[in-house]
Design a protein around this ligand. Structure first.
Ligand code: PLP
Ligand code: COI
Length: 357
């Protein structure tokens, strides 16, 4: 069995902080569980991972990740069921995407089984930190960073793999307003848009800040070449419903992150007989559908955001108000079903969840 296959050391030194947590007021990403997992890469191999007390890192000022951004991350969630079991949502998919990001960023891969076992063991150790309240989850953040102490540019010879976890509430507390971006670019063909790497997020900060100043929560990115096709939003993939068809930008190009929530929503919708089209989605098509009152729904999907209804879309000088969120039956059904599967309230017919008893 996997559990016996990998050695993971445990060195806890600090007392638990769990009694200091206000479980009724959990902001996203600001409360950290007691432990973290650390695994070093040196001499051409990953070393034995260790679960340690959550603590600050100490780094040489020339550590290469700080200068050149050779780093990748993942995001996944665990929930507690009514009878106290823990369900981790699709960690195998994160493991696979992590490997793809490793390749693109010249970093040594971590085998899927080891990645999943590291996640599983850490969540097991901090199982008391997994919330069992509606709308709350344990967010799990694995990442690898380049740790050579060197000023020149080359792929690092040394790396650190770390996983920490955070009990979290909603990432967006209300429906989001997004602006279609026609000047700035998140990712270019041949670039690193498909990888979950820090630079994609750093590059998006300035255009997102400009959009925030205009009253938008996020950007709706378009392709870098023509700005005529919708790609994804800041931390989410996007979906639209027109004529009862679920439409979402395809991932043929290497500019869009291959979302795990997106894949799950597509599988769920298809299993209910809903027609799904993964294809190029033009800005014009969406604007025309809004003007013709045919756009029934638009929403973002992602691990942190879950299903985030889009309330308004800004395009050039216009702001379009979308149909009221309460009447959006398809995305509400998707959200409920996905939440139920994650919380063990609905049968996991796809076999998505890894259970910790
Ligand atoms: N796109 C970007 C840029 C993201 O950061 C995320 C979040 O992970 C997503 C899409 C959604 O991916 P997933 O559903 O795997 O979380
Ligand atoms: C996630 O949904 O896991 C993300 O990566 C979004 C994050 C940047 C908060």
């Amino acid at each position: 069995m996997i559990q016996e296959q990998f050695e993971i050391n445990t060195n806890t030194t600090l007392p638990s902080r769990i009694n200091q947590v206000d479980w009724d007021d959990l902001p996203f990403g600001k409360v950290f569980s007691d432990h973290m997992l650390v695994m070093e890469y040196k001499n051409g191999a990953w070393q034995t991972p260790a679960i340690e007390s959550f603590a600050n890192l100490s780094m040489h000022p020339a550590t290469s990740v700080l200068h050149y951004g050779q780093t990748i991350f993942e995001g996944l969630k665990a929930n507690k069921t009514e009878n106290g079991e823990i369900l981790i949502f699709r960690p195998d998919m994160n493991a696979e995407r992590f490997k793809e990001s490793c390749d693109r960023m010249c970093m040594p891969q971590i085998p899927n089984e080891l990645f999943v076992e590291c996640v599983r063991k850490l969540v097991e150790v901090d199982r008391d930190w997994v919330p069992n309240k509606e709308g709350y989850s344990l967010y799990i953040r694995p990442y690898i960073m380049a740790t050579d102490e060197y000023v020149g540019i080359k792929p690092s010879d040394n790396y650190k793999f770390i996983i920490f976890t955070c009990p979290v509430g909603a990432y967006y507390s209300k429906p989001v307003n997004v602006k279609i971006e026609e000047f700035y670019t998140r990712a270019a063909e041949g670039g690193v848009g498909r990888a979950k790497t820090a630079g994609n997020y750093a590059a998006s900060l300035y255009p997102a800040k400009l959009a925030n100043e205009q009253g938008f929560d996020q950007l709706l990115w378009t392709d870098g070449k023509t700005h005529q096709y919708i790609e994804e939003s800041g931390t989410m993939n996007v979906m639209f419903i027109i004529d009862d068809i679920l439409i979402t930008p395809s991932e043929e190009s290497d500019t869009i992150l291959r979302g795990i929530t997106k894949k799950s929503v597509i599988d769920l919708a298809r299993s209910w007989g809903i027609k799904v089209e993964e294809r190029k989605v033009s800005v014009q098509e969406i604007i025309d559908a809004i003007r013709d009152n045919k756009l029934q729904d638009a929403f973002g999907i992602g691990t942190a955001a879950t299903i985030a209804p889009i309330a308004k879309i800004g395009f050039r000088d216009e702001i379009f108000e979308l149909p009221p969120v309460e009447g959006r039956n398809i995305s509400l059904r998707i959200k409920n079903s996905l939440d139920n599967i994650k919380q063990g309230k609905e049968p996991d017919t796809f076999g998505w969840c890894l259970k910790i008893k």
